[in-house]
Design a protein around this ligand. Sequence first.
Ligand code: FES
Ligand SMILES: [Zn+2]
Length: 146
Amino acid sequence: MIVETLFLGAVALLWKLIPKTRRWTPEEQSLPLFEHHVFVCHNSRPEGAPRPSCTSNGISDLHTRLQQLVKAAGLGSTVRINKSGCLDQCEHGPTVVVYPEAVWYGNVRPEDAEIIVAEHLVGGRPVERLRVAEECLNTKSCPHRG
Ligand code: FES
Ligand SMILES: [Zn+2]
């Protein structure tokens, strides 16, 4: 009985000492990592709300178009197009942000999806004409916010 108790105690101690980090399977290790995460604001506010919103009904043709074009460009496994809630750039919307570069795009229309995919996600060059001005980011007041 004492031997069993000691044995179980030793096993419990060893279990605690084993690092709890998850091991990746060979299949998981061979998966490509996402190189870009693109967040597309889907927030919708009622009419008359104090701030504008990026969609009127929570549906974004821009998001759909970005997904289609990313897939067509063969980037489906390295670029993730995400729906997001409010990104706090409402007055500059519809808003898109691309990570890891943290490039913010504003007033983005579905027809702009093509140039974002071709220039930024494929070519690696942010689309300057769509960028939210630097002085509008990380501030509570700018000419657009009043
Ligand atoms: S509603 Fe889109 S950024 Fe706020
Ligand atoms: Zn602004």
